[in-house]
Design a protein around this ligand. Structure first.
Ligand code: WT7
Length: 628
């Protein structure tokens, strides 16, 4: 193996001998020389009701289409196909509740539950193409609800349970959802988040929602509105619901789900993914990157409400017939060994999580993990933000016992599947996601569009299409072009800055736009600002991200009060609470500073960069456009 520069971790003999992919270069060469052939070969491992006419249709680019003319259904490939094999009795989903209870579903059982769920949705009048919003805790019914939508050709829109009234309202309205699926509440660190009560508030202004399906989780009393709200358990137990559910044969390009994500404007945008391409992309990236075997017990500790959970708790693992674990609660509840206990108890072989969680658990010291037998682990994963080398090494040594390669996967809601990622056979460098997935061409450009030199920072772009790519922004194709395809001709703009070293390894630096990654969660500064100005005391507001040891970034805000309002500690607390209530607890600012002016350009745009430089005690750079 070629000698690489820097701190390099080479794969062990054992991994090299047993991995599905033993020679990454060979695979990349094959895929690069014949991109469509490569993906066609992957697609052939899945089932299609009718085969495609074309693998890639780029006649209307950047509105690329994949597997056009084909008919399939991702839920069919996740469940029904496995019932024809020994996997019928294999464990599909292991769930552990925060209180320690578990529910385990074989492929047979999960298929049955999803079919019944699909019948419930049909009984509420949900039809192909209708949007269904899910606002739930981490419970099996969330995965079942998503798969049930897919099964009948409805489009799911999952809203993360950590979002609050205004975020949910906006997403219900924009998606024009017919049905909302919600839990009575969700457990979080022994407390109950009243999801149904939050939904009630959001529903007051969401006219499109005809029915609300309520899944009982906590048993706490909730308000049930007559004629609108129905208990899931009451419907699903009606004898008629057990009747056979016929799968909807959808076009490869029919929408599967939309997922709202933060951009540079105040309004989150819905990223649209389709059945065919997304299915092929998540299937094959999951298979190769996590080197999945039938014996594996895989655990992605993310929330299904984010794309990580969509692609790599639900779809990728089930398409591969793998065993996927879902845990309801917090990593350190009731004690900081909760995760390590779960790994030991279920014999988890692959753990996939975020740097912020690793840093958080690292803080409690090595004694907690050392108390548990973690020897079942063979591969680790990281996602959501750059992993600092110190956390990488801790994860590798203390959790992986120097035996488990770490797959640092870079991707986005928009990309649907892994883009820059190692495979277990590759030499690793702490903090680098190594190279683009086979066949993908990426580059790092300067402002003018010229490739930068090795180890220089620039804009990260993608130059080839890939099957799981987003198809558009829901209802806003112009914005899709403007945001992603207009800075450089024919190239997808990721919004991240990065460097590439002399070995061709990529190093992600961070966002170049007004998007923040706080504890791995994606938030827009504009969302936080609009929540602040919706408070009666606030005239203007600005939000920035500053480095934070655990969270990666923390939100700091600057507020100009309306005349007649006095700054006070009480008001500061009120504003923080208000952002939590409007957007969600994850968006609560770390600090609120009352100011008299904000730095602005002559055209009135807030110069967040100036605020950031000031807070960090740095030179703000070019301020020639500053108003005064
Ligand atoms: C942004 C996308 C993709 C699943 C979760 C995030 C950052 C993501 C990494 C990584 C460095 C990363 C980027 C990207 N990001 N993974 N391995 N190393 N940065 O999806 O919420 O759409 O956020 O997350 O900045 O643009 P998302």
């Amino acid at each position: 193996m070629k000698k690489l520069s820097g701190d390099v971790y080479y794969p062990s003999e054992d991994i090299l001998n047993n991995a599905i992919v033993k020679d990454w270069n060979e695979m990349d060469k094959f895929a690069s020389e014949n991109l469509e052939g490569f993906w066609a070969k992957e697609a052939e491992e899945l089932e299609w009701f009718e085969k495609w006419d074309k693998v890639l249709d780029d006649t209307k680019k950047p509105f690329y289409k994949w597997f056009t003319g084909a008919k399939t259904n991702i839920a069919y490939n996740c469940l029904d196909v496995h019932l024809k094999t020994y996997r019928k009795n294999k464990v599909a989903l292991i769930w552990e509740g925060e209180k320690g209870e578990s529910r385990i579903f074989s492929y047979f059982a999960l298929h049955r539950e999803v079919s019944r769920f699909a019948n419930v949705l049909k009984s509420l009048g949900v039809q192909k193409g209708d949007r269904v919003t899910l606002y739930m805790g981490r419970i099996p019914e969330l995965a079942m609800g998503m798969l049930a939508c897919a099964r009948i050709g409805a489009v799911h829109s999952v809203v993360y349970g950590g979002f609050s009234v205004e975020s949910l309202h906006e997403r219900l309205e924009d998606s024009h959802s017919k049905v909302l699926i919600v839990c009575d509440g969700a457990y979080q660190r022994g407390k109950i988040i009243p999801l149904k009560a939050i939904a009630d508030e959001a529903l007051q202004r969401a006219a499109s929602v005809e029915s609300v399906l309520v899944v009982k989780r906590t048993g706490e009393p909730v308000n049930m509105e007559f004629g609108r709200d129905i208990w899931y358990h009451e419907l699903v137990n009606l004898p008629i619901i057990n009747s056979k559910n016929d799968i909807e044969k959808v076009d490869a390009e029919d929408p599967l789900f939309m997922l709202y994500t933060s951009g540079t404007t105040g309004k989150p945008k819905a990223i649209l993914h389709t059945h065919g391409g997304y299915m092929v992309g998540t299937y094959s990236t999951f298979k190769y990157v996590f080197d999945i075997n039938d014996e594996d017990r895989y655990w992605c500790a993310a929330d299904p409400g984010w794309v990580t959970g969509h692609s790599y708790i639900v779809y990728g693992p089930l398409l591969n017939g793998a065993t996927s674990m879902m845990y309801e609660g917090a990593p350190n509840y009731p004690f900081p060994n909760r995760w390590w206990q779960i790994i030991e108890k279920y014999g988890i072989t692959i753990l996939y999580t975020a740097p912020t969680a690793i840093r958080g658990l690292m803080r409690f010291g090595e004694a907690w993990p050392n108390r548990h037998d973690l020897s079942s682990l063979r591969i680790l994963g990281s996602v959501g933000e750059p992993i600092n080398p110190e956390a990488w090494r801790w994860y590798h040594r203390v959790i992986g016992k120097n035996n488990c390669p770490i797959m640092d996967t870079w991707w986005q809601t928009e990309t649907g599947s892994f883009m820059i990622t190692p495979m277990p056979c590759m030499p690793l460098k702490p903090g680098s996601g190594t190279k683009p997935f086979p066949g993908l061409k990426m580059d790092i450009l300067d402002e003018a569009g010229n490739p930068v030199k090795d180890n220089e920072e620039g804009f990260l772009v993608i130059k080839t299409p890939w099957p799981a790519m987003m198809r558009t922004i829901y209802k806003d194709p112009d914005k899709y072009i403007e945001k992603y395809w207009s800075k450089y001709d024919g190239m997808y703009l990721t919004g991240d800055s990065a460097k590439r070293d002399e070995d061709g390894y990529y190093w992600i630096i961070g966002r170049t736009d007004d998007v923040l990654k706080v504890s791995g969660y994606r938030l827009g500064t504009a969302e936080i600002e609009s929540a602040l100005v919706s408070h009666p005391a606030v005239a203007e507001a600005a939000a920035i991200g500053l480095p934070h040891e655990l969270k990666g970034n923390a939100i700091h805000t600057f507020v100009i009060l309306k005349s007649g309002f006095e700054k006070s500690e009480k008001l500061r607390e009120d504003l923080i609470y208000h952002v939590g209530h409007e957007v969600g607890p994850i968006a609560k600012p770390e600090s609120v500073e009352f100011v008299d002016v904000l730095p602005k350009t002559r055209s009135g745009k807030i110069m967040r960069r100036v605020l950031k430089a000031r807070a960090l005690g740095e030179d703000p750079g070019n301020i020639s456009t500053l108003e005064e």
